[in-house]
Design a protein around this ligand. Structure first.
Ligand code: NDP
Length: 280
């Protein structure tokens, strides 16, 4: 029997990148999935990717919604319940680092941008957790929150509010993990490092070609990514699926898995040696 056979999953931010790869993986391993994002064209691309993987049409519930709006969250949950009758897995993946109106993302970014970053990268997960809690308690379900190595402990001066929101998300996840485990709900976190997605298009204003070049160039620098290549969405999807799979990861509660090709273990002075990995 397929690993997620009989399971119902909501994957936020699945109109692109890591969320799309996760939805494809869960669905191709038997889950019914609700996919979502604001961009209907890209969401349809996700739906087509899932169908191309051989998933029956009735196993995909596609919902255009803004995850920061209460109505959008309610629609996601109600349509999932209406079509699938329950919720087993919630992947809180939607997120972005968006500059303020003046293009700033550092200490000088506007306060309205702080609120926006908190609302998207923290509050939407808090709200989705509260709203799905009764349904996840019924199924003894799983929550996987997608954070970032930007959450620390290394500083991220180029994305101050985004990184602050992700750090708060990590602590929120640990607290809720302990609060909800008595109801059978398991909460864990994945922290991606560099992953070739649309993230840099939003964060740095790059075109999709420039974005691919940027990620490839990071992969060629061992002091940026010791693994020697930039992560692809599928590398993250397999880690997320592991934490969403109770049989595989049952005893992991409130933990964070870093999937970054080693980036977060490199110190600046390693670059002085030409390689992150010392050569004999
Ligand atoms: P992408 O930009 O490729 O995908 C982001 C997804 O989030 C899209 O589906 C987008 O959908 C959705 N999204 C953004 N804002 C909203 C909103 N207001 N309402 C609904 N959906 C929204 O980036 P990634 O796949 O890389 O990002 C996935 C997660 O991984 C994020 O939480 C990100 O912070 C995290 N991450 C990514 C890293 C990377 O290097 N790629 C590194 C570290 C963390 P739409 O535009 O259609 O609304």
């Amino acid at each position: 029997m397929a690993r997620f056979s009989g399971k119902v999953a909501i994957v936020t931010g699945s109109s692109n990148g890591i969320g799309r790869a996760t939805a494809v993986l869960l669905a191709s391993e038997g889950a019914k999935v609700t996919i979502t994002g604001r961009d209907s064209t890209r969401l349809e691309e996700s739906r087509q990717s899932i169908l191309k993987a051989g998933v029956p049409e009735e196993n995909v519930n596609s919902v255009v919604a803004d995850i920061t709006s209460s109505e959008g969250q309610d629609l996601l949950i109600s349509s999932t319940l209406q079509k699938c009758g329950k919720i087993d897995i919630l992947i809180n993946n939607a997120g972005a680092n968006i500059p303020d109106a003046n293009g700033k993302t550092r200490t000088n970014a506007g306060i309205d941008n702080l609120q926006k970053m908190l609302q998207l990268n923290l509050q939407s997960t808090v709200e989705m957790t509260q709203k799905t809690r009764p349904y996840l308690a019924k199924t003894r379900g799983e929550i996987v929150n997608i954070s970032s190595i930007g959450a620390g402990p290394a500083a991220q001066p180029q994305s101050v509010y985004y990184s602050t929101a992700k750090a708060a998300l990590d602590q929120y996840s640990r607290c809720t993990a302990i609060d909800l485990i008595s109801e059978g709900i398991r909460v864990n976190v994945v922290q991606p490092g560099f992953v070739s997605t649309g993230f840099s298009t939003a964060a740095r204003g790059l075109s999709s070609d420039e974005s691919v070049k940027f990620y490839n160039s990071m992969g060629e620098k061992p002091h940026c990514i010791p693994a020697g290549y930039c992560g692809q969405p599928e590398h993250l999807a397999s880690v997320i699926a592991f934490l969403a799979d109770r049989k595989a990861s049952e005893y992991i509660v409130g933990q964070t898995i870093i999937a970054d090709g080693g980036s977060s273990l490199v110190l600046g002075f390693h670059a002085q040696f030409g390689q992150a990995t010392p050569k004999n």
